[in-house]
Design a protein around this ligand. Structure first.
Ligand code: T4K
Length: 402
């Protein structure tokens, strides 16, 4: 497709570039035949959940892939975080980044713990370990880092903080399956790490997750807790819940896991295509990563420079009109969401980096549902919009007036 003229932009009355919407997080499907075989087999077995053979196979495959001692499959990462917090006997306050999806904060609050929101690093978007250290009080029991965008946190600094302040350290690794820091896979850090296998994630199990740990003791507690505390047919030895993964989810998880290399390749191809195309648009800065890290590139993260011809929100509106469902992840920051926002502490808190990122960052579609040509088209749309900002802004205002 040749570069669109401003008149061809959908906000200016043109035809949307993508008749079927392109999503951030459009699922990676994998090999359907393998999935169907697994689904047929599980139906034939009539064993649908409660740590059936597919869940066991998935857990084994995950531990093999990551080289970690234990992976406990769970129904989703949010409940996985709740169970993890209980298994670690957290109490009082837990330090979490403000700039992330709301799930980790909610998981803590759901348990009656108090999330203490910490600002993030402006370059990596992950929790700022120095600022986290300044938030430690006698009531703090843990730090919960989030490997945002699949990029490992500064694990060394956080491990040092946890050791020196006698805190537990856990990671929300929802975005970070197959990511690694200096050759060590995410899954090995802190006391434990929680992956998400939600439909939109790099590896998906429709809904699902896994808690990875190298601690035998924690793994045992987690296994009891996710199954009502049952240690045998009718023997309950712990407070528990139902956080089990179903066999159907495990079937999808295994099918997805078999394709990790292919997914990594597609994400790298799309990332390079975005990097090439966005090079000529200095107002749009594509997130870059440390050479020592391996990142699964499941998120294409673009920082719209302050002073760009169009704002992040205007660009997102232009893209939505074209069928490109760019997201304002993670606006407006967890501390600005309920129930936290009503707390005077968070209403008045100044988390400068988080607030700036919330205003400037957008994520663009990638994954196996997005071709390299689609990436070029998306970037051409952005280029045309930025080059004709005055006209685009006028068109946006007219659309809003209806
Ligand atoms: N920690 C972090 C850092 C997280 O980002 C998340 C979840 C969690 C913890 C909790 O993990 P889980 O408990 O979910 O395992 C989506 C996901 O629902 C959510 O899982 C994810 N993070 C978050 C970043 O994105 P939403 O509400 O922003 O979007 P949603 O689910 O409507 O999906 C995004 C787009 O994907 C949609 O516009 C359409 C497309 N889509 C979605 C689904 C479900 C598809 O094309 N097919 C699909 O099946 O939360």
């Amino acid at each position: 497709m040749s570069k669109p003229t401003v008149r061809a932009l959908a906000v200016c009355g043109g035809t949307p570039a993508f008749p079927a919407p392109l999503h951030v997080g459009g699922p990676n499907v994998g090999d359907r035949r393998r999935l169907h075989e697994r689904l047929d087999a599980l139906l034939d077995r009539r064993w649908l959940t409660n740590r059936g053979p597919l869940v066991q196979e998935l857990e084994h495959a995950l531990t093999q892939y990551l080289g970690v001692r234990h992976c406990v499959a769970v129904c989703n990462a949010t409940v996985g975080l709740e169970v993890a917090a209980r298994a670690l006997a957290l109490r009082g306050e837990v330090i979490v980044p403000a700039y992330t999806f709301v799930a980790p904060a909610h998981a803590l609050r759901w348990l009656g713990l108090e999330p203490i929101f910490c600002d993030v690093d402006p370059v990596t978007h992950t929790i700022d370990a120095k600022k986290a250290a300044a938030l430690v009080t006698p009531r703090t029991s843990a730090v919960l880092g989030v490997h945002l965008w699949g990029r490992p946190c500064d694990v060394d600094a956080l491990q040092a903080l946890a050791r020196d302040a006698h805190l537990r350290l856990l990671f929300d690794a929802a975005h970070a399956f197959a990511s690694a820091s200096n050759g060590t896979f995410v899954g090995h850090f802190g006391d434990l790490e929680v992956f998400s296998f939600h439909a939109t994630k790099f590896v998906n199990a429709f809904e699902g997750g896994a808690v990875a740990t190298n601690s035998d003791e924690l793994a045992e507690r987690l296994r009891l807790m996710i199954n009502f505390g049952f240690a045998g047919y009718d023997r309950v030895v712990e407070l528990g819940t139902n956080a089990k993964m179903s066999e159907m989810s495990a079937a999808m998880g295994l099918t997805s896991l078999e394709q990790v290399d292919a997914f990594l390749e597609v994400n790298a191809r799309n990332y390079q295509a975005y990097a090439r195309e966005l090079q000529s648009l200095p107002a749009l800065r594509l997130m870059t990563f440390d050479p020592g890290d391996r990142v699964n590139l499941q998120y294409i993260v673009v920082d719209v420079a302050r002073g760009a011809a169009l704002s992040r929100d205007e660009l997102v509106e232009v893209l939505w009109a074209e069928g490109v469902r760019a997201r304002r992840y993670f606006h407006p920051g967890c501390h600005r969401m309920e129930p936290y926002a009503r707390d005077p502490r968070w209403r008045t808190a100044q988390l400068g980096v988080t607030e700036a990122l919330c205003e400037r960052v957008m994520t663009l579609p990638t994954g196996t549902s997005v071709s390299a040509d689609a990436v070029t088209t998306i970037c051409d749309l952005l280029r045309t919009a930025l080059e004709h900002a005055t006209e685009v802004r006028r068109a946006l205002a007219a659309r809003r007036r209806g």
